[in-house]
Design a protein around this ligand. Structure first.
Ligand code: ZN
Ligand code: CU
Length: 490
């Protein structure tokens, strides 16, 4: 006789627990927002009984690198992510965040990737979080403070280092944001609003992160010829301020740098013995951001994702557009900007080596407001599971899941997420390991994955039978204290 009851019980599942351990078969029970039991055979009755029939049951995927700051408010169903099994998104990457920003004109690129209008921003993280708590999304949100956002709010020119007064202003904005629940500081030293900032400016800000708790993630100054110098700069910031650092979307861009992941991973590995370092990657050889001239020489092909000046360019090749306009490539860029683009600039072997590296998390870097987005927005997680783990046998399925769950929760210090364990939040994904695959392509980038059978966030089903339930049980994860200092050290 069953002595206990639960809200949901999933029976006969292949449990992949997120730690990287080998899958085992068993049952899992959910009560309220939490996993209430798991074991080989549970003698529990439940309101909802699900027969998994051997399908894989894993912790919900955590998207380590997103630009979902605004889409969680404007399209809270988050179909692009829940259809992949994503249950938590880390926002505010690459130096750009939706708060704390008060401006009265269109923001400079790349801030316009997330917020094209001044009114899209929030003056404080407290206001941003409470807007999100009043109108929650389907997924949980971990939000970072962007350095470029702080600069935009504080400086009248980005063509120089911040003065000591401006640094003080940024530090107090940052401190308040972290106290309001932001998880860390991101930089995008590659981008114009920040590329004149010296290392010392970031070290001064990272000091606040050290004091308040959190981490520092970075879209490094140079991912091309100067990638090693940029790694050293990143490590230095982490050491000086004593904060964990996360190298965002690690890659070696440009033909001349193809194959250099052998070198960069060796350097990262040596540094990880000295200080906490994490990294993320997306599973594609093409990158995507605003349209920039300095990427032309580095790219084999460039596709336009949006243009504010011309309609109908999205999805098209820049060379073709230039030929049609009767202009050179650089003149075409001037003519159609502000715009966004996809750049084919990485080497498949580097992508595989970086993805296989043990500390590498999976992050989509998807751009949800692009009209013709990079397929990574809809395809990242099923592509790693189906294409790279199953079809290409790059690593076992358990490792793939770990890179999207347990490793990510540990790196960001997320409490009770990312693993299947009694008492953890019931963020879950049930998927078919034989059929899971991305369907989003560069031609048709906005299509849901196949094989993601059910997605549960905080105990509530958000995706089932290829349809969003429209439930919005996501939380702002601002309660966690992000004690990553000790956790990331090994
Ligand atoms: Zn970036
Ligand atoms: Cu990014």
């Amino acid at each position: 006789m069953a002595s206990e009851t639960a809200d949901i019980i999933i029976r006969n599942a292949t449990l992949i627990d997120g730690t990287g351990s080998k899958a085992i078969s068993g049952d899992l029970a959910v009560t309220g927002e939490k996993i209430s039991a798991l074991g080989a055979t549970l003698d529990i009755e439940a309101v909802e009984e699900i027969d998994a029939d051997g399908m894989a049951l894993a912790p919900g995927f955590i998207d380590a690198h997103t630009h979902d700051d605004r889409i969680v408010l404007t399209d809270p169903t988050m179909t692009c992510k829940i259809s992949q099994g994503v249950t938590t998104v880390v926002t505010g990457n690459c130096g750009i965040s939706i708060a704390p920003v008060t401006i009265n004109s269109r923001p400079p690129g790349p801030l316009d990737l997330i917020c094209p209008a001044a009114s899209d921003f929030f003056p404080t993280f407290a206001e941003y979080f409470s807007a999100l708590e009043r109108a929650p999304a389907a997924v949980n949100v971990v939000a970072q403070v962007g350095h470029a956002s702080l600069r935009v709010n504080t400086m009248d020119s980005f063509e120089r280092a911040a003065t000591s007064d401006e640094i003080e202003d940024m530090k107090s904005l940052l401190r308040q944001a972290l106290r309001d629940g932001a998880a860390g500081l991101s930089t995008g030293l590659y981008y114009p609003p920040a590329n004149k900032a010296p290392t010392e400016e970031i070290e001064a800000l990272a000091q606040v992160v050290h004091e308040e708790g959190g981490f520092h993630s970075t879209h490094m100054r140079d991912e091309a010829d100067g990638v090693v110098d940029s790694l050293e700069e990143t490590f230095r910031i982490g050491r000086t301020a004593q904060v964990p650092v996360i190298i965002s979307h690690h890659k070696c861009v440009g033909l001349a740098n193809h194959g250099r992941s052998t070198e960069t991973l060796k350097i990262i590995d040596a540094a990880r013995a000295q200080q906490p370092i994490g990294l993320d990657v997306y599973p594609y050889v093409a990158s995507s951001t605003i349209l920039r001239k300095d990427r032309v020489a580095l790219s084999a092909q460039i596709l336009i994702t949006w243009s504010d000046k011309f309609e109908g360019l999205e999805g098209r090749d820049l060379k073709e557009i230039a030929a049609e306009m009767g202009l050179g490539i650089y003149e075409t860029i001037d003519a159609i900007s502000p715009a966004g683009a996809i750049y084919f600039m990485m080497d498949e072997e580097d992508v595989r080596a970086i993805m296989s590296y043990p500390a590498t998390m999976i992050g989509s870097d998807g751009l949800p407001h692009d009209r013709h987005p990079h397929p990574r927005l809809w395809g990242t997680f099923p592509r790693v599971l189906g294409h790279y783990a199953r079809d290409e046998q790059l690593f076992p399925l358990e490792t793939a899941v770990h890179k999207m769950t347990g490793l990510t929760a540990r790196t960001f210090g997320l409490k009770d997420r990312g693993v299947l364990v009694e008492g953890a939040f019931a963020d879950l994904v049930l998927f078919d390991p034989d059929t899971v695959i991305d369907t989003a392509s560069f031609e048709h980038p906005q299509t849901p994955a196949a094989g993601i059978l059910r997605v549960i966030v905080n105990g509530t089903t958000v995706w089932h039978d290829q349809i969003a339930t429209k439930a919005r049980p996501g939380k702002t994860l601002r309660g966690d204290k992000y004690l990553t200092h000790s956790i990331m050290a090994h």
